[in-house]
Design a protein around this ligand. Structure first.
Ligand code: AMP
Length: 525
């Protein structure tokens, strides 16, 4: 029953649905529209299906499918039935899927038909009771079974602390951890973002993000649903499609790579964006250069925000005041951020430290990892994000990087971002990543990986040239000892540079060189 005490996230989102059930919720690539009325009916069918399978509130439903309206119905159906939604990146393979199923012990696993044999094997090993299929066009045994269900469902009452979803973190070290998010966590963040970003009647969202991640699933979809908005619901990012749709949209949310790709399109013009109200970026650092170029090209100032799987959004640049490039703005209303040194004491303005956060959106803990959870929370309830940052005298927060990416060389701290910014300013550099490599003398040595322009000025860049240029402007210990050149920086689907991959590649490269006893002043891999 959706009584007064009900904190089911679906019931909360529903408060924003338009009065007219015929109003469009999803507008698909083939121009087909799914109305809010249909969304309610379809989510009811999926919720009924879950109940008919004996899935009880609190049971996990693991899902590894492509983005489709049916995948969204399933998410909403889980919320309504009180099941815990567990989306998986579709790039995950045997090892990862097996681990998630064994760890989360879902009652139902929804997979793509082409992965059925693997799903059967892994699900059997993990004791998963049901397997259903959802194909990339929204068909398959899941959709078929849902279609046979009644189209009304009384949304199950949930408390604010009851789990709504488990999202596994990317886990660059050790095993991925399942971040448990409650109905209360997700509702609190949806409410604050909806207000803070000024959502209003008539807003239309262009949705091109994946929906296995907090950015696309929670931040984007919750804001749109709570606003009763229409969403252009595209299967993935496509710059050409974005140019077609932008004149009909008002809000766009993307990872920095989306913005870089839009700017690479000649047809991406100011005229195309005249109807747009807001461009939001996050999930990875937006280069100041991209921020500036975007403003010059479109007249729009990208609003950058910061958050993570373990709680959604924590900070945002302001909607009505200055949005400062290279920063992630201020703590959201109701959120407290504290920047502390390794001893846990707050640092002075402008000084770098570890970012701690407290707020109603901060997750409940890691699934079946009570000790790990305890380690990551301070005694006074702050969550240690693992990110490093600083707050300037105006209160704007800058993210410096993950604390595990901090380089300690000869006992001195080097923040990769500071060195990357200097390298990126050199003529002929497209972008760079700075990492630490193990070294017997220094512990770690600063190492740069650089993408050069594929033209004259880029060709002229050499390892010695870059090191020489930096020597004049950076303290000696921060200057990279080695520079590697690559065609592209490895990034995950959310646009994050995978520094662990770079570290492995550099180590492997140096090992091979060492074995072959080769010496060269030009290293490309
Ligand atoms: P995820 O859990 O996949 O959402 O990744 C969260 C991490 O992405 C954070 O801990 C940050 O390291 C990074 N991140 C998210 N937003 C930003 C941003 N605007 N600038 C820099 N890093 C970001």
């Amino acid at each position: 029953m959706t009584g007064r005490a009900d904190k089911n996230l679906y019931s909360f989102l529903q408060t924003g649905f338009p009065a007219d059930p015929a109003a469009a919720c999803l507008i698909l690539t083939n121009k087909e529209e799914i109305s809010y009325g249909l969304l309610q009916q379809e989510s009811a069918r999926y919720a009924n299906l879950l109940a008919s399978l004996g899935i009880l509130p609190g049971d996990r439903v693991a899902v590894q499918v492509k983005k489709s309206p049916q995948a969204l119905f399933l998410y909403l159906g889980c919320l309504r039935a009180g099941a815990v939604f567990l989306p998986m990146n579709d790039a995950y393979r045997r090892h990862e899927i097996g681990y998630f199923l064994a760890d989360a012990t879902p009652r139902l696993f929804v997979c793509r038909p082409q992965n059925r044999a693997l799903a059967d094997e892994l699900a059997a090993a993990a004791g998963v009771v049901h397997i259903l299929e959802l194909d990339d066009d929204g068909g398959g045994t899941l959709a078929k079974a849902a279609a046979a269900q009644p189209d009304t469902f009384v949304t199950v009452t949930r408390h604010a602390d009851d789990l709504a979803a488990i999202l596994y973190t990317s886990g660059t070290t050790g095993h991925p951890k399942g971040a448990m998010l409650s109905h209360g966590n997700l509702a609190a963040n949806a409410l604050v973002l909806h207000r803070f970003w000024g959502f209003k009647a008539g807003d239309v969202l262009l949705h091109m993000l994946p929906i296995f991640h907090a950015h696309g699933l929670f931040v984007a979809i919750h804001c749109a649903l709570l606003n009763g908005s229409s969403m252009f619901f595209e299967p993935q990012f496509d710059a050409g499609r974005a140019l077609d749709i932008l004149p009909r949209a008002t809000v766009f949310m993307g990872v920095p790579t989306f913005y870089v790709r839009l700017l690479a399109e000649q047809g991406f013009t100011r005229e195309l964006c005249t109807g747009m109200r807001l461009f939001i970026s996050g999930s990875a650092p937006l280069l100041k250069e991209t921020f500036d170029e975007f403003k010059a090209r479109t007249g729009h100032t990208i609003l950058e925000r910061y958050g993570m799987t373990e709680g959604g959004m924590f900070t945002s640049n302001p909607y009505d005041a200055e949005r400062r490039g290279g920063t992630v703005g201020f703590p959201l209303p109701g959120t407290t951020i504290s920047i502390v040194n390794d001893a846990g004491a707050p640092v002075k303005a402008g000084e770098a430290g570890n970012i701690l956060v407290k707020g109603p959106q901060v997750f409940v803990g890691y699934w079946r990892m009570p000790e790990k959870t305890q380690d990551e929370f301070t005694e006074d309830g702050f969550f240690s994000t693992g990110d490093m940052g600083r707050i300037d005298e105006d209160g704007y927060i800058t993210i410096i990087g993950r604390s595990k990416d901090l380089i300690i060389t000869g006992g001195l701290n080097v923040y990769p971002k500071e060195v990357e910014e200097m390298i990126d300013e050199l003529a002929g550099v497209v972008e760079s990543a700075v990492i630490g490599l193990p070294d017997p003398d220094f512990g770690e040595v600063v190492t740069a990986v650089v993408v050069r322009l594929k033209s004259g000025v880029g060709d002229a860049l050499t390892e010695a040239g870059i090191i020489g240029s930096l020597k004049g402007s950076l303290a000696g210990f921060k200057v990279p000892k080695r520079v590697f050149f690559v065609d592209d920086l490895p990034r995950n689907t959310m646009g994050k540079v995978q520094k662990n991959v770079l570290r492995d590649r550099c180590k492997e490269f140096l090992l091979q060189r060492f074995k072959q006893n080769e010496v060269s002043n030009e290293s490309t891999f």
